[in-house]
Design a protein around this ligand. Structure first.
Ligand SMILES: Nc1nc2c(ncn2[C@@H]2O[C@H](COP(=O)(O)OP(=O)(O)OP(=O)(O)O)[C@@H](O)[C@H]2O)c(=O)[nH]1
Ligand SMILES: [Mg+2]
Length: 202
């Protein structure tokens, strides 16, 4: 897919403030610092579109970006950052939960997982919750540039095996690096494919 335009539309503190439209939305979620905002910049090719920081807890609102005037990318606040106070964590969790369970235009939620780590309970519990609530999702293993190819492969296989303990079938899985832009075509092609199937009413 070619990105012809990518525009920041709005930051929303809650679901009811989110922009009104009927276009498909693809949202990014995952632990703070996993690379959600960086991935949005990498996919769109605009490094200043979403705010990135080496300090976790940067994205604090629901951010909508309109792509090619035909679909949306959504950057969500991260979860699981210990230094974000308990109260603030609860605010983010509620914001995300409401968005995920009630946003009618949400077409696929990309759950980002740091490819360097073993399965973390906070992620696997969240993935289980998505399954229980029938939310369509895909997984993206981020920061693949930080690992040697063989280690990356081992880690992803281990993660899949862990998921197979509770899942019969796995969701679509992508591997990305915002540094060397790997995974870009695969993720954009997947989005294009889903958009096409929606248009043809499948
Ligand atoms: N090497 C490498 N660093 C990355 C990659 N993606 C993100 N980073 C770095 O990881 C840090 C966090 O990136 P963000 O994109 O802000 O992470 P986030 O998930 O949006 O974080 P919050 O908004 O705090 O939830 C930054 O220092 C990025 O430069 C990647 O693919 N490779
Ligand atoms: Mg962010």
């Amino acid at each position: 897919m070619i990105i012809r335009s990518a525009n920041f539309v709005k930051s929303s503190a809650e679901l009811k403030q989110c922009p009104e439209h009927n276009l498909p939305e693809y949202a990014f979620i995952g632990r703070s610092n996993v690379g959600k905002s960086s991935l949005i910049n990498m996919l769109t090719g605009i490094n200043t579109l979403a705010k990135v920081s080496s300090t976790p807890g940067k994205t604090q609102l629901i951010n909508h970006f309109e792509i090619n005037k035909s679909w949306y990318l959504v950057d969500l606040p991260g979860y699981g950052y210990a230094k974000t106070g308990k109260k603030q964590r609860a605010v983010f969790a509620q914001m995300n939960t409401k968005y995920i369970t009630n946003r009618e235009t949400l077409t696929c939620l990309f759950v980002l997982i740091d490819s360097r780590h073993e399965p973390q309970q906070i992620d696997t519990t969240f993935i289980g919750w998505l399954g229980a609530n029938g939310i369509p999702f895909a997984l993206i293993f981020t920061k693949s540039d930080k690992l040697k190819p063989a280690v990356l492969k081992t880690n992803i296989e281990a993660y899949k095996n862990h998921l197979y303990e509770t899942w019969e079938e796995l969701p679509p899985i992508f591997i990305s690096s915002s540094t060397n832009r790997s995974g870009r075509e695969e993720i954009l092609d997947y989005i294009a494919q889903v958009n096409t199937s929606l248009e043809s009413g499948e």
